[in-house]
Design a protein around this ligand. Structure first.
Ligand code: FAD
Length: 319
């Protein structure tokens, strides 16, 4: 069996959970086995996970699991893997997934690969692929251990509805008490978080100052996109740090990445070059970002961005 941890936040499943179940189902098909979902704490609509390919949905219902603690989660997930006899355990490559994958692997003596983006081949050897060297190469890993642990890179595949809702079964495992106390949680409300965003509008030092960001926000609003920025922009306090993308910031994989006034330094590209379509707006024809772009607009962003926003508004009104 393949067991997928379906991540939820404030009782709601994240899109990455549906991606992970879809991936788990494809992995199970490749191995000739079934896929099950694991839900921890309060989460509504767990039965719906069946639609994405989970034959069983297991639920560990302890209230304490509503607060995320990586040690507790890893402990509970590892127990669940042993209890249901799963041979592959999959989590999302989110901040939650990243903080538990290694712990789960150690508990299960499992070979693990973080950030996979292809369905494993399971005819004979179990092999998975992931991007390496800032997306410049693809590495293939063979996992030989009995149990395997993987985290799935976000937006590697689209969730697919392949079945029906499934009854949720309670799984009895021992939930250890947490050794940490969470005093306060500050959430960024309103927009889709960058790692999950399908559309991102980003800007850099070419904006000249924080007072000019209105045109970027207007473009993002009309598209329903999340805003991002280059590192110096966050370092100088023009934009909040959680918007910083790149090697030392958030790594993203949206369907569309629009970059205005960003030069395209290698450290910036490291976090964004897995985007499906990249549009670059820069007035310097020699800007390195144009080499990584699918579409390039060589012009002044203060002229182009408002025009783009108006054109999209008009298109949306007419269609
Ligand atoms: C160890 C290390 C890690 C780093 N990690 C990151 C990271 O994670 N993310 C990151 O972004 N950077 C990172 N950097 C910094 C990176 O090297 C670059 O310095 C940075 O990305 C440049 O930001 P920028 O493109 O906004 O600014 P600039 O390099 O100053 O580029 C501004 C661009 O705007 C264009 N422009 C100016 N005016 C206009 C206009 N009116 N219209 C259109 N275009 C205009 C210019 O032609 C220029 O190309 C890192 C650096 C180091 C050393």
């Amino acid at each position: 069996m393949v067991l997928v941890f379906a991540e939820s936040q404030k009782g709601q499943f994240k899109k990455s959970a549906f991606e992970a179940i879809t991936y788990g189902k494809k992995t199970a098909d490749a191995m000739g086995t079934t896929c099950a979902a694991l839900v921890l704490g309060t989460a509504s609509g767990a039965d719906e996970l069946g639609k994405y390919g989970a034959s069983n949905v297991y639920h560990v219902a302890a209230d304490s699991l509503d607060q995320f603690d990586s040690q507790v989660y890893a402990n509970v997930i590892a127990q669940a893997v042993e209890k249901v006899g799963a041979k592959v355990v999959i989590v999302s490559h989110s901040s939650t997934g990243k903080s538990i994958l290694g712990r789960i692997a150690v508990r299960l003596n499992a070979g693990s690969v973080a950030g996979v983006n292809s369905v494993p081949t399971a005819d004979g050897a179990f092999k998975v692929k992931k991007n390496v060297f800032s997306g410049k190469a693809i590495a293939e890993y063979q996992i030989d251990s009995d149990v395997k642990a993987l985290s799935l890179m976000g937006n590697s595949l689209q969730p697919e509805v392949v079945g029906e809702a499934t009854a949720v079964e309670t799984l009895e495992v021992e939930v250890p008490s947490s050794r940490i106390t969470i005093k306060e949680v500050k959430r960024i409300e309103g927009t889709v978080p960058l790692p999950e965003a399908e559309l991102v509008v980003s800007a850099g030092r070419g904006m000249k100052g924080p007072e000019n960001w209105g045109i970027i926000e207007d473009l993002a609003n009309v598209l329903g996109a999340t805003t991002a920025c280059s590192r110096p922009v966050a370092d100088t306090g023009w934009r909040p740090h959680h918007e910083h993308v790149g090697q030392t910031g958030v790594a993203i994989r949206p369907n569309l990445y629009i970059a205005a006034g960003i030069s395209g330094a290698i450290q910036h590209l490291a976090g964004v070059n897995s985007s499906k379509v990249i549009v670059v707006i820069n007035k310097d024809p020699e800007a390195p970002f144009f080499k990584a772009a699918d579409y390039g607009i060589c012009a002044d962003l203060f002229d182009v961005v408002p025009k783009l926003t108006e054109a999209i508004k008009k298109y949306k009104a007419e269609n």
